[in-house]
Design a binder for this molecule. Sequence first.
Ligand SMILES: [Zn+2]
Length: 162
Amino acid sequence: MSKENKYVNLSAVRREDQREVMEEIKRQGHCPFCLENLQKYHKNPILKEGKFWILTENQWPYKKIKHQLLAIYKTHIEHLKEIDPESGKELIEMFAEEAEKRNMKGGGVAMRFGSNPEYGNYGSSVLHIHAHLVEPDLEKLEETEAWRFKFGEPKNYKKRVG
Ligand SMILES: [Zn+2]
């Protein structure tokens, strides 16, 4: 029996091409965002490396977006309370610089943390701390559609249809 991989969360996987890679990562028992594994699984270039964060594009972008950047914390931590507050400054600087460079009109910044596998998940497929910078593509949204970012769902969550 393979050892449980506590670094990834397959119930939060959104895409089929993502699922294949994540299943391999799970089998290997790797954390895909730890530096030694990042180059193995993450195919997008590193845009910037700071003291605390690595900036890259999301390998598994959400639908209907113009931009989606990912800042990955350089050491393996999983909870908000473990983050060096100094790294907040660097994170904002990195995101602001990229938003400027890409002429982003607006969007959002999101970071999830922690896990609670007994009851569900907080939306992350990878528990290693990372932050998203997203510009949704407003022109691609339907009249009744809002671009949303999930912060949690119960175990055995069933997507509502219609
Ligand atoms: Zn890690």
